[in-house]
Design a protein around this ligand. Structure first.
Ligand code: 6PG
Length: 473
């Protein structure tokens, strides 16, 4: 029997859809799932879409594959992934490839890659974005692992990825955990982007008095300009939706507690380790946490606040500009984190290539990623996206509105941690001198932690409790 080009194990929705996408592109796909009923159902329901080879055991699955074998694992991150990878590796041979398409921790991917490399098996941590629809019709794909593995996998992955202007939304990100790292940051940016959108909605509803239906139109309109993106597009859909059971705006019948599976939190945890200020992502993660503190929120309801004077529609344009400026900050911070990790782990990640494959297929796909791509194409070593001349121009146009929005939010008591922290980051970066000098002085005062001087080299300590003479440390 003809051997399969590739195998997929783990046939929940994402796995099934990736398998179907591969089959629809003419690849012969071996199928495996712990419970065989799922495999059978996939073949029964979609067997006519291409060539599937259903298998029952891991041994049969591996034997069904042409060598070197290519297997995509689509199971839960963590222990389930370890278990499946170990089972596969036990029957695979040197040169074979195991691809983990789940949302794995990049550190786990590094560990798995190193362990399998010892046994001659390639392990590829592959970020996949775009949800169920993306997996079926064209996701954005972020594979890590060796260049050798990519040479064998790339053509298949590029065939099933989304395409923008004829360019596939898939590229080899870099070795070992680079792919999963970039997917993690993608999700962090996704959190920040959604938080900014949510703040825009809240502010315009509370301080400008617009209804969800009116706001759906506002977002629809914004989606025709520089903010054009998948998330803005679906915001219009969600805001425009009316709950069939009650006739109320859908957004008003949903419990206001934002859940998270954890990739945003990982992004922030890692940024803390790297020392990269991803304030937009951090605020978004904390805003979700805060929304879940029901008891505290209920107890705090009567704390004093301003009366919200409603009805200033001129705020709409200000918020649009503030959203764009804040969004650039969030993306700039995410790309900084990618650069820092790339440097630390020697991944050599091409940020223009990352922007390119995020233009389509993924959740944060947006027109503005073209600008980011151009920025890094023009200057691959750009110290911050905020400094790209084209993007910097946005701040010239937006900064007055941005400040007005943050001031209005503070005056009306509408929480906008995303907008406020983005503006604070922007202003901090612009400053010639920061109050960090005072922090250093305080650290030296209470802990003799020393400081550097602006006028000569070396480390110094002032004898704060004695004669206040300065000594070289
Ligand atoms: C994607 C999404 C996907 C998933 C998020 C949701 O890129 O397709 O990011 O990975 O929907 O993990 O994350 P939270 O549940 O943490 O919001």
């Amino acid at each position: 029997m003809t051997k399969a080009d590739i195998g997929v194990t783990g046939l929940a929705v994402m796995g099934s859809n990736l398998a179907r996408n591969l089959a629809r592109h003419g690849y012969r796909v071996a199928l495996h799932n712990r419970t065989t009923a799922r495999t059978q159902r996939l073949v029964e329901e979609h067997g006519d879409e291409g060539a599937f080879v259903p298998t029952v055991s891991t041994r049969e699955f591996v034997d069904a594959l042409a060598r070197p074998r290519r297997v995509i694992v689509m199971v839960k991150a963590g222990e389930p992934t370890d278990a499946v990878v170990e089972e596969l590796a036990a029957v695979m041979e040197p040169g074979d490839m195991i691809v983990d398409g789940g949302n794995a921790q990049f550190e786990d991917t590094r560990r798995r890659e190193a362990a399998l490399r010892e046994r001659g098996v390639h392990f590829v941590g592959m970020g996949v974005s775009g949800g169920e629809e993306g997996a079926l019709h064209g996701p954005s794909i972020m594979p890590g692992g060796s260049a050798e593995a990519y040479a064998a996998l790339g053509p298949l992955l590029e065939a099933i990825a989304a395409e923008v202007d004829g360019v596939p939304c898939c590229t080899h990100i870099g070795p070992d955990g680079a792919g999963h790292f970039v997917k993690m940051v993608h999700n962090g940016i996704e959190y920040a982007d959604m938080q900014l959108i949510a703040e825009s909605y809240d502010l315009l509803r509370q301080a400008a008095g617009l209804s969800p239906a009116e706001l759906a139109d506002v977002f629809r309109d914004w989606n025709t300009g520089e903010l054009e993106s998948y998330l803005i597009e679906i915001t219009a859909e969600v805001l425009g939706h009316v709950d069939p059971a009650t006739g109320r705006p859908f957004v008003d019948v949903v419990v206001d507690r934002a859940e998270q599976k954890g990739t945003g939190r990982w992004t922030v945890q890692n940024a803390l380790e790297l020392g990269v200020p991803v304030t937009g992502i951090a605020e978004a993660v904390f805003a979700r946490s805060l929304s879940g503190h029901a008891g505290q929120r209920a107890a705090a309801r009567d704390l004093p606040g301003p009366r919200i004077a409603q009805g200033d529609p001129s705020l709409v344009e200000d918020v649009r500009k503030a959203l764009y400026a804040s969004k650039i900050v969030a993306y700039a911070q995410g790309f900084d984190q990618i650069a820092a990790a790339s440097e630390l782990y020697g991944w050599n990640i091409d940020r223009a290539a990352v922007a390119t494959i995020w233009r389509g297929g993924c959740i944060i796909r947006a027109r503005f990623l073209n600008r980011i791509r151009e920025a890094y194409d023009t200057d691959p070593a750009l110290p911050s996206l905020l400094l790209d001349p084209t993007l910097a121009k946005v701040f010239t146009e937006a900064q007055r509105s941005w400040r007005r929005v943050v001031a209005t939010a503070a005056e009306t008591g509408v929480p906008t941690p995303g907008f406020s922290s983005a503006l604070a980051y922007y202003d901090a970066l612009r400053r010639e001198r920061l109050p960090a000098a005072l922090v250093q002085g305080l650290r030296d005062f209470f802990g003799a932690h020393t400081y550097e001087r602006v006028d000569r080299g070396g480390a110094f300590h002032t004898d704060w409790s004695g004669d206040r003479a300065e000594h070289s440390a």
